[in-house]
Write a protein that binds this ligand. Structure first.
Ligand code: SAM
Length: 264
């Protein structure tokens, strides 16, 4: 079943606008989020309110971050019968989630603009301390990369970086026809729950990022070669990894052990 938006604007391609209209998918997202009294929900990219209004109906209050100025006034107006909508008119990458959260935690939701998926994920990671969980619609291929493990051909930097800090659970697939206009690719909804601070094993985030980036930067090379200048063979062995292994064979814990060793 499809749902008619309360107001309609032509989709802007450069803002990654693909508006959801499938009622079944929208209610599956709301069910997955399952807001509870007192939760502070923040939606990234509300667009024409496909997820916003059902969430408002269920929860009563919601903050949204929207970059497209043409959507601000109609969203404000259309939200009135549904609940209390706070609109932050900004580029989400410039929003300080920590300041937004204040002294509580926030729950992020969003059918994200696909051209900004990775930057938004990494931006959220920077503020993982104040984020209780995230439910995002992304390209299915990106969700596959986020959730995959060693040995899988899509296992890479994104998988390792996210899984070191979050529990990543793919929830369900969404076909192009659920959106207007339809994207060229399949989509999927994923849940990410940041690990509690005492379960994050990474000692130095920058060093970890550097090691993972170097390892996957030249993923066909052995780690000994890919990590030249970043970690030597002795260190790679000390982390319990064979220096002739390739990055795609090393699990997240292995990368963490390697990055936690004092640099030579
Ligand atoms: N949530 C709506 C839905 O499901 O129909 C719209 C989703 S659409 C894929 C992505 C939304 O993100 C659009 O409303 C777009 O204007 C907004 N957007 C794009 N870039 C943004 C940015 N940098 N910061 C905040 N919102 C952005």
């Amino acid at each position: 079943m499809t749902d008619k938006p309360t107001f309609q604007r032509e989709a802007k391609k450069h803002l990654g606008q693909h508006f959801l209209h499938e009622k079944g998918i929208i209610s599956k997202i709301v069910q997955a989020v399952d807001p509870k009294p007192g939760d502070r929900l923040v939606e990234i990219g509300p667009g024409q309110g496909a997820i916003t209004f059902p969430l408002l109906d269920r929860h009563g209050a919601l903050t949204v971050i929207e970059f497209d100025r043409d959507l601000i006034a109609p969203l404000t107006e259309a939200a009135k019968p549904h609940g209390e909508l706070t609109i932050v008119h900004a580029d989400v990458l410039s929003v300080d989630f920590t300041a937004l959260a204040g002294d509580s935690q926030i729950r992020l939701v969003g059918n994200l603009p696909y051209n900004l998926s990775s930057p938004i994920l990494f931006h959220a990671l920077e503020h993982a301390d104040v984020i209780r969980d995230m439910h995002f619609m992304l390209q299915k291929e990106v969700v596959d990369r986020m959730a995959s493990g060693p040995g899988n051909k899509v296992y890479g930097r994104l998988s390792v970086m996210l899984q070191a800090y979050c529990r990543v659970t793919p929830l369900f697939k969404v076909p192009p026809g659920a959106f207007r206009p339809p994207p060229k690719v399949d989509s999927a909804v994923v849940r990410m729950v940041p690990l509690p601070r005492d379960q994050i094993a990474v000692n130095d985030r920058k060093r970890f990022e550097h090691v993972v980036r170097a390892a996957f930067g030249q993923r066909r090379k052995t780690l000994r070669n890919a990590l030249n200048g970043v970690a030597d063979s002795a260190m790679i062995e000390a982390a319990g990894i064979r220096p002739d292994a390739r990055a795609e064979q090393v699990d997240v814990a292995g990368f963490i052990r390697l990055a936690n060793l004092p640099a030579a």
